[in-house]
Design a protein around this ligand. Sequence first.
Ligand code: 6PG
Length: 513
Amino acid sequence: MTNQTATTTDAKCDIGFIGLGVMGANLTLNLADHGYSVACFDLDTEKTQAILEKDQAESGDQPARLIGCDSFADLLSNIAAPHIIMLSVPAGAPVDAVCAQLIEAGLPRDSIVIDTGNSLWTDSVEREARLSKDLVFFSTAVSGGEVGARFGPSLMPAGNADAWARIEPVMNAIAAKVDPTSGLPLESFEPGKPVTEGEPCVTYIGPAGSGHYVKMVHNGIEYADMQLICEAYHAMRSTLAMTPAEIAAVFSEWNKGKLNSYLMEISAEVLAQTDATTDVPLVDMILDRAGQKGTGLWTAVGALELGSPAQTIASAVFARSLSALKDERRVASQQLSGPVAAPVSEEEKAVAISQLEQALYCSKICAYAQGFQLMATASNTHNWNLNFAEIAKIWRAGCIIRAVFLQSITDAFEKDSQLSNLLLDPFFNEQIAEYQSDWRQAIAKATIAGVPCPAMMSALSYYDSYRTDVLPANLLQGQRDYFGAHTYQRVDKPAEEAYHTQWSTPGRPEVKV
Ligand code: 6PG
């Protein structure tokens, strides 16, 4: 590979980067914007060539900031010791393969290898332990998509604390920034002119695995957030007969208020697009079959494993699964009956839109409450000592779920670091008290019209279940004891005492077990 700089092996790069796909290439250019020289390598030499050309185009008359390498050994010889190497390769086996090849190429033991992919958190734990004799394996989960990677993502680093001390300045530099006073993002989307002031959206999350766990939950919340917006769209489309352009206008309005978020903004933009070939709204030309790479599923599975209720996140994952059954749904749509939405007056439409705004907001609060509750349970289980105010802070900019709302979550955890559920924070408690009637109305109207809103419904059920003192789990315990002698506790006896009733025996004697 041709080096673009005049300097070669005698002027070593600050950092090595492996994996020059969309995320990797943009993170590399982001590093270069912040003054770091980077030696880059990808198994696909065209990708290496492409980033060198992009760098050349962006740096103009200035010396190129990147060096292209054609092997693992070449990469190692072009990085200053002690080596810092970042990876952006697909999660799973490719991460292990790259580590193995680096070791084979003579990677010094004090090298820090940073995995920036969407790895499964347990893999990060296992890798740190297994690779510790050969290198320092460190994880830094990245959120923000391709634009975030290029101009400032939210970063969730975790692992060896000494390694963190070495790489912290790099991560602080490339992360998104927020204005410390307003909590709002400070953004620049101009190559070579990065934001250098403000609070970086990065915080050391904790021991190995914790960063990718937090990123996984971020993605679970992302799934819920996206699905909730889609349900509001669907309700407007199917119960209020609104066009995508009209809904785009409503979303843009909502984006000026408490629902302001990146996902709201891009949803409005998607809905406003017209298809160039057919001249119909582009959204109508997009097949309604959702894809998924797995992080939402991991969150739902993780929540089930820990017994932490996260039904809105799980609903969002299932909504994608159900959407994928496109052929079956097409057949079912011809065979299964349902109500037909009744026409609405302009006045009713305005009321319904406003109710949907509140429904989206309240549901969103519940989705975040579930995500933070899950992280708290995981933190206790694995002794991670997660700092939720800091986590909410680093999600205020750069990441996909960035939203004004994250400042209120930050405030909630700053006031009470031990807050067991976001719903119990006085601000969120009041917000739901104020808007819940609209929330219920919006769901009721969609249900009566036969328009699905699974994530909104699950959020409301979560809220109602969480605030209910006596749930029908007493009957459930009776059922379990009836058929399986699984025992139950009594409300009038100490919790550690177990009781069993001989349900089918005349007189039904109860015994203390
Ligand atoms: C982010 C995104 C990113 C990716 C998702 C997409 O935070 O930058 O979450 O990680 O876009 O993994 O996931 P799905 O393909 O599963 O929707």
